[in-house]
Structure formats: C-alpha cells, structure tokens
Ligand binder design. Structure first.
Ligand code: SAM
Length: 218
C-alpha cells in the first residue's frame, strides 16, 4: 500500500475493516471516509494511522482501533439532531466522527495536554459544534444535561451513576464495562427511567480513572 496516500488508505480502511465487518450505518461510513485519521495520530506512528489497531497518542493513552470507534458510534443510533456527551477525548478522532454526525458534542478528558492537542486539531479542521472540558468525566457534565447519547471511551468497573442520570429518557450510552484486563461493550438504554443493557462482546480499553471509575492509574 502506498504510504502517504491518505485518501486511498482511508477508503481501504472503510471497505475492509468497517464494511467488511458489518458496519452498515451510512452516516458512520461517510464520516469515516471524510475525517483525516492521520491528523490525530502523533508523528512517530502517523504512517500506521489507517491500520487495524489502536496506536499510542502519548501520556500512556491510545487512539482506539478504527472498527471499535465505528461500532461504538453505530451503537449510539444517531440520526443527526442529538446532543452527545463523550468521556475520554484522547486524540479527538472519535470526537470528530461524532461531530460529523450529531448536532453538538460535549467532550471531557482528564489529561489536559491531550485535550489541548485534540482541541487544536479539531479547531484546525473547522469543527464548530464541539465543547471541551478538562476534568473527571465519570461525573459527566451536568450543566448541559440531559444528553441523547453518551459514549465512554475508557474501561469502567461499573456504569457511573451520574452518567446514567444525565442520559435522556430513551437515550443510549455505550461503555466498556469489566475489569482491568478485559471488558464487554455494553449499550445502556434509559427506558422508563431504568437501564436496559445489551452486550456487544469483548473489548479492551485503557482504564477510566475517577470518582466513579477506578480510583488510580495502577
Ligand atoms: N476515543 C479516543 C480517540 O479516538 O482517540 C480514545 C480515547 S482513549 C482509549 C481513553 C481516554 O479516556 C484517555 O485519553 C484517558 O485519558 C481518558 N480518561 C480516562 N479516565 C477519564 C475520566 N475520568 N474522565 C475523562 N477522561 C478520562
């Protein structure tokens, strides 16, 4: 494959890694065809930006595998008018995908340097519908609640209660839940004020660290 031919690599990523594995939502597919993933991957790994794996982004954190970003986005069942809360901005790539599809995105990251870099890239790319915050995302972002959809891109030992509270009736939350070695990808729908859970199989994420996640990074 020709290195540096980003558009070609992006098309191949979508055909093989996403459509080839069952991603069908047209809005998700067109967002992936549009967003330049290589811009979100720091230089030592940029050449591998369209590979079928997560990559380091600094501070011990990762940009998730493209398929995982696509699957989590598809599971949110976005139509275009939603207000979405994202916990774990990381590189900002998932944020850009969400911003292509939904109306407004509220994204929270606990590591200030990562949030700053993500914000710079997203502003450079021209996104105007993203709101940024540094802090403990396990507590959500109450001032702007409720949300139509919530996505948590780090592994949690349980569903953080404040996040469920901040979900609208009928809203969806997608979150990896389990222990530090492995999790299940769970979709929680708020139905009559109660959580309805569906399991979409095993996954591995970096830990969600905070008051309603793990208490420390060890
Ligand atoms: N979706 C991101 C992307 O596309 O690059 C990948 C996110 S990375 C797998 C998980 C992120 O969650 C890390 O940047 C980590 O610092 C962040 N994180 C962990 N605990 C957090 C918390 N309590 N609040 C906000 N962010 C948190």
């Amino acid at each position: 494959m020709k290195k540096g031919n980003w558009e070609y690599q992006r098309r191949k990523m979508v055909e093989i890694q996403l459509i080839g594995r069952g991603i069908r939502d047209k809005k998700v597919i067109s967002a992936f065809l549009k967003v330049p993933r290589h811009e979100f991957v720091p230089p030592p790994h940029r050449e591998d930006a369209y590979g079928d794996f997560p990559l380091p982004i600094g501070e011990g954190q990762t940009i998730s595998q493209p398929y995982m970003v696509a699957l989590m986005t598809e599971l949110l069942l976005l139509k275009g008018e939603e207000k979405v809360l994202e916990i774990g901005t990381g590189s900002g790539y998932q944020t850009a995908i969400l911003a292509e599809i939904a109306k407004s995105i509220y994204t929270v990251e606990r590591i200030a340097s990562l949030l700053e870099r993500a914000k710079e890239i997203l502003e450079f790319l021209g996104y105007k519908n993203i709101h940024f915050r540094v802090g403990d995302g396990t507590k959500g972002w109450e001032e702007n609640a409720p949300y139509d959809a919530i996505i948590v891109t780090a592994a949690s030992p349980e569903i953080p209660p404040p996040l469920f509270e901040q979900l609208k009736e009928g809203g969806r939350m997608v979150i990896p839940v389990g222990n530090r070695m492995g999790q299940d990808l769970i979709r929680v729908t708020k139905k009559d004020g109660k959580p309805k859970k569906e399991n979409f199989g095993p996954c591995i994420f970096v830990p969600l660290i905070g008051e309603y996640g793990w208490k420390n990074g060890n």
